[in-house]
Write a protein that binds this ligand. Structure first.
Ligand code: ZN
Ligand code: MN
Length: 490
């Protein structure tokens, strides 16, 4: 239907989780009173000298390796000059022509199969220091602007993708996968509300026309405060660009105009044109004379690589092969983080049924955790204890429906599966007792028997209800099968 292709590249700024800032020893703690975490270095007083935070570089290196980026042996710092009130130094310390990493990739897939699994190439990832925060009008309702410099100098890793993303959904999947990876690496808390992860999207369209392909001018979209906002902003922007193009029909060979910046308005669900940054193209980059270049030895990179730990993509694959679960299920489990993965593995191993373990985690365990705002590490039912319940289901000691009650009771009392089952009077019904009950009910209900013989299988429902009333421990599935078999013989 559409005769255009959406082209998206994303720029993600991630705050690295260090105790102190990138070039001074000020704390990076969030939410402190304004301007209480500053020093001559981060507010750029004359004569103050920056010194690189080794830990920040180590976290950046770890991330770069996990993102399959090449790590050059030599990297340096550059000043990106611009004037803005939240940047007291008058420049940002960043990396220009020799970033600490380049040419990597991140594989993405859609658990719901709405797009083919693919690889998004990464242009580069580089380190830089953050600016302060301007607060317009929001400070105590005053109609003025204030600056908080606590954030100034916090380490950021800027991760730039190639324009390989082809839909808003892919954009969201890319961000989810990136965030998951960063969380598993433990390099950032990725809290978007607190600004630890910020996304800018570059988007344009390649439109098929009778004269060939036409590209619309690239628009950079800012102010997207959630991944859902990114998805919506990209979808909105694609439609808007297409409409503008239809109205004006840029001819093939037209320069296509300059890149513009628009902001996402989450209330109105539209992108709005932003003020042009004055001559933003010319940041007059030059090497920072106060900072030494960084030399990264290959052995150091190898050391980081060896200690990365197992990453989300590898874990998903391993869970699928080791426990026979689907990609959708391994995705749900891995998305919950390492602790849930460990819990799942213990449960799958000890219960001997990976699929059942996966279903129980996704339905009952995660629901209970959500309802009680609890993490898996604080969960009162251990994997060993839950595995006892799963084995009881497997051996027919309890049916699935009653097992849910047992689970709820285990959670609230802390008792074991069999303790709860005894307390609830749940026990396996003797096979001969079930058969006797089944015969009795069939004989008492000749109409049901006729219906069953006529192929009206639903008729068995009435008998299951009666059987459960007589003995709540009757397993409905087992009873049903028996009824059908006996009715056949009658
Ligand atoms: Zn400082
Ligand atoms: Mn940047």
């Amino acid at each position: 239907m559409t005769d255009y292709q959406i082209i998206i590249g994303l720029e993600v700024h991630v705050q690295l989780q260090t105790k102190t800032k990138l070039f001074c020893r000020c704390s990076t703690k969030f939410g402190q009173p304004p301007n209480t975490q500053t020093c001559p270095v981060c507010i750029g007083l004359p004569g103050a000298l920056p010194v690189m935070n080794r830990e920040a570089f180590r976290l950046a290196l770890k991330t770069a390796v996990a993102l399959n980026l090449e790590i050059p042996e030599f990297t340096k710092w550059d000043r990106k000059n611009y004037f803005y009130p939240d940047l007291p130094k008058g420049y940002q310390i960043s990396q220009f022509d020799l970033p600490m990493s380049q040419n990597g990739w991140l594989a993405i897939a859609d658990p719901k199969d709405e797009f083919e699994p693919k690889t998004i190439r990464l242009t580069r990832a580089h380190l830089e220091d953050d600016a302060g925060k301007s607060m317009h009008d929001e400070a105590a309702g005053k109609a003025d602007s204030r600056i908080d410099l606590n954030r100034t100098g916090t380490p950021l890793l800027e991760i730039v993708s190639e324009p390989d993303i082809r839909s808003p959904r892919e954009a969201k999947a890319y961000l989810n996968e990136l965030k998951l990876l960063l969380t598993y690496l433990g390099v950032s808390d990725c809290n978007m509300q607190e600004g630890s992860l910020r996304v800018d999207g570059n988007i344009n369209l390649h439109i098929d026309t009778s004269d060939g392909k036409v590209a619309t001018p690239i628009v950079e979209v800012k102010n997207m405060n959630s991944f859902r906002a990114v998805e919506r902003a990209m979808a909105y922007e694609a439609t808007r660009q297409y409409e503008v193009w239809q109205e004006h029909k840029i001819k093939l060979g037209d320069p296509g105009g300059h890149k513009t910046t628009r902001g996402w308005d989450d209330q109105k669900q539209v992108t709005l044109k932003q003020r042009e940054k004055e001559e933003s193209a010319d940041y007059r980059y030059f090497p920072d004379p106060d900072l030494l270049p960084v030399i990264v030895k290959p052995a150091e990179v190898e050391e980081v690589r060896k200690n990365l730990g197992e990453l989300p993509a590898q874990i998903r694959e391993r869970l699928e092969t080791a426990y026979g679960i689907d990609p959708y299920d391994s995705d749900v489990i891995v998305n919950q983080g390492r602790d849930v993965v460990s819990y799942y593995e213990e449960l799958a191993k000890s219960s001997g049924d990976g699929r059942r373990a996966s279903n129980w985690i996704q339905q009952d365990v995660l629901r209970t955790l959500n309802e009680n705002e609890m993490s898996i590490t604080a969960f009162s039912i251990s994997a060993a204890s839950l595995s006892e319940l799963l084995k009881a289901i497997d051996s027919g000691d309890v049916d699935n429906t009653r097992a849910k009650d047992v689970f709820a009771e285990m959670f609230s009392t802390g008792k074991s599966a069999y303790e709860v089952m005894t307390a609830l009077g749940i026990e396996k019904v003797d096979a001969s007792a079930i058969e006797a009950l089944c015969r009795e009910l069939l004989e008492a209900n000749p109409q049901v028997v006729e219906d069953l013989k006529a192929g009206k299988m639903k008729a068995v429902g009435a008998l299951i209800g009666q059987a459960k009333k007589r003995n709540p421990n009757v397993n409905p599935g087992q009873f049903k099968d028996l009824c059908l078999k006996l009715a056949e013989e009658m």
